[in-house]
Design a protein around this ligand. Structure first.
Ligand code: HEC
Length: 172
């Protein structure tokens, strides 16, 4: 290839590369604000992002039996999947039992986890108020709230979790 042809080819390649870079790879389509807001439903540990709605353990009990007990056991223990109740005080023993009650430091995270992923395999079938109620039931079973406490965006962040100060920042 002559030097001239080589230069032209390099120029063309560079030109098309610069062009593609400007426009992107040409895949997919821009995400609309609406689609983005449907995915943007994270609840932070301090409760930021908790939605409107409310629930109680009394209401959550029936929902739990219907949607959760088959995998997590009646009252949160003895199921095929993770125990959700118990283990408080066991973390520094030979047989630590990590549950949302004994291990999780922030109550709003229970709401966030359940709303985004439970009941497996059909997350999203519960309304926000139903998720508040199921969360309240789990907190009640773990002895952290009374059965009739109204759990909402205001009250959930105030629930005192026993392992709240059990995490330390690593050196890294
Ligand atoms: C078909 C089975 C199934 C159903 C039904 C189900 N889950 Fe789960 N759940 C799982 C699996 C699997 C995991 C993953 C953790 C594991 O088991 O080790 C999990 C994890 C969880 C965790 C986190 C536990 C932890 O300590 O990390 C919570 C909280 C939870 N589920 C709540 C619920 C609630 C509330 C419902 C009902 C609304 C529900 N699940 C229904 C299977 C299920």
């Amino acid at each position: 290839m002559s030097t001239f042809k080589g230069l032209v080819l390099a120029g063309l390649l560079l030109g098309s590369w610069a062009h593609a870079d400007e426009l992107g790879p040409g895949l997919g389509e821009p995400v609309s604000h609406r689609a983005l807001s449907e995915m943007d439903f994270t609840v932070l540990p301090n409760g930021d992002g908790l939605p409107a709605g409310q629930g109680t353990a009394l209401l959550g009990s029936a929902l739990y039996d219907q949607h959760c007990a088959s995998c997590h056991g009646e009252a949160g223990v003895g199921g095929a999947n993770a125990a959700l109740v118990g283990g408080v005080g066991s973390l520094d023993t030979d047989r630590p039992l990590k549950t949302v009650g004994s291990f999780w430091p922030y109550a709003p995270t229970i709401f966030d986890y359940v709303r985004r992923s439970m009941p497996y395999p059909s997350p999203g079938i519960l309304t926000d108020s139903e998720v508040y109620s199921v969360t309240a039931y789990l907190l009640f079973l773990n002895g952290m709230i009374k059965e009739d406490v109204v759990v909402s965006a205001t009250t959930l962040p105030r629930v005192n979790m026993p392992n709240r100060d059990g995490f330390v920042l690593g050196e890294r």
